[in-house]
Design a protein around this ligand. Structure first.
Ligand code: NAD
Ligand code: WQD
Length: 330
């Protein structure tokens, strides 16, 4: 029988791509999202791509109403995407982040226990490594938070670790994403932040299509070859195939934390260059002071993902950038 997979935050950027992949692979998909950072139109586009529908509940995962979802569906596994993720906002409103991200996970776990669901894939982040002590970063790197958003991810990982210690019949995958960018090849779903994007790729995308005049490059004096910050950008569809592998191998995972990146870093100027090549347009930029809390370089060692999940990223920066442009032009 086809498995029922609950995607919390499934209307969001990563969740919507996951929904498409699961439906295409004959899973039944149940999405719970309060649409605080997404739009219902995403659901229609998921159906347009797959010719199938995800079941949708507009529910806040922190509410008691979440029980309805578990009562009405036999959930086989949860992929827990739901979270607030804006670093700046988390500094202004830490309590909101603790309540939403940590409280939300606790509520989901309570329901899983009550309704006998043992399998969970959790969205963590490279932010849990804080300021890198060495590169590339492997999963043994120490954890530290540089903002409340990061604190919530570390706290959630600890909650899952404690749960597994208490009851090892749970199957838990903690996936630490590096910098996911790009979009589905249909151009019907992608990352669509409201207002001016905080993250590099969506911002450069807006400049490429003429919606914003120029990119502010945050610092050119880092200890990197061109002086600008280096990150491990990973194509959204590679990130999704990592989740598919985690789901398929979940019985062999012992609450493992696993990096999902490419292992290769690109600088801000290299990203701008890739957008210039893909769009055929000059992208104006201006060097600005460094952004508070930024690190010079961050990229992953992905050996563990290869070993545990038989997974590695296959797309390069050009694919990521052209798929993003295809999406925003549409
Ligand atoms: P997103 O904001 O696009 O998606 C998150 C979804 O969760 C949104 O649709 C939002 O409406 C929903 N949501 C938030 N709080 C909710 C609540 N209380 N109840 C119900 N729904 C709620 O973000 P994304 O980029 O798709 O990120 C998914 C997950 O991956 C998050 O946990 C995020 O922290 C993590 N992550 C993202 C990145 C990234 O760069 N995008 C990197 C590392 C980790
Ligand atoms: C990348 C590089 C900036 C914007 C953030 C979160 C992290 C994770 C992923 C969720 C840096 C530079 C950026 C701009 C710039 N999210 N930059 N001009 O900071 O690596 O990670 O998103 O877990 O928690 O902190 O990504 O895309 O914001 O920045 O020069 O307008 O681009 O300084 O070097 P970051 P980013």
């Amino acid at each position: 029988m086809n498995k029922n997979i609950l995607l919390t935050g499934g209307a969001g950027y990563i969740g919507s791509h996951m929904a498409v992949e699961l439906l295409n692979n004959n899973y039944n998909v149940i999405i719970v999202d309060n649409l605080i950072n997404s739009d219902k139109s995403v659901l229609k586009n998921i159906s347009r791509i797959t010719n199938k529908s995800a079941k949708f509940y507009k529910i806040d995962i922190c509410d008691d109403e979440l029980e309805t979802v578990f009562k009405e569906n036999k959930i086989d596994a949860v992929i827990h995407f739901s979270a607030l993720k804006a670093v700046g906002e988390s500094i202004e409103k830490p309590e909101l982040y603790y309540k939403n991200n940590i409280g939300g996970l606790e509520n989901v776990l309570e329901m899983m226990e009550k309704y006998d669901c043992n399998d969970i894939v959790f969205s963590s982040s490279a932010t849990v490594y804080g300021k890198p002590e060495y590169l590339p970063i492997d999963e043994q790197h120490s954890l530290s938070a540089i903002n409340p958003y990061g604190e919530t991810k570390i706290a959630c990982e600890e909650i899952l670790g404690a749960l597994y210690q208490e009851n090892n019949s749970y199957n838990i995958a903690i996936l630490r994403y590096f910098n996911p960018i790009g979009a589905h090849s249909s151009g019907l779903i992608g990352e669509n932040p409201q207002g001016l994007p905080n993250n590099l790729a969506p911002f450069v995308g807006k400049v490429a299509i003429g919606e914003v005049e120029k990119v502010s490059v945050f610092g050119d004096n880092y200890d990197t070859p061109d002086g600008t910050g280096i990150r491990d950008y990973i194509h959204i569809m590679d990130l999704i195939s990592g989740h598919m592998q985690a789901l398929k191998n979940i019985n062999n995972l012992q609450c493992d934390s696993i990096n999902l990146g490419t292992g290769k870093g690109y600088s801000v100027l290299e990203v701008i260059k890739a957008f210039e090549t893909a769009s055929g347009k000059k992208i104006p930029y201006e060097i600005c002071p460094p952004r508070d809390g930024d690190v010079a370089q961050c990229y992953a060692n992905c050996d563990f993902a290869k070993q545990k999940l038989n997974w590695q990223a296959k797309y390069g920066l050009d694919d990521m950038v052209s798929s993003h442009l295809n999406w925003i032009k549409k």
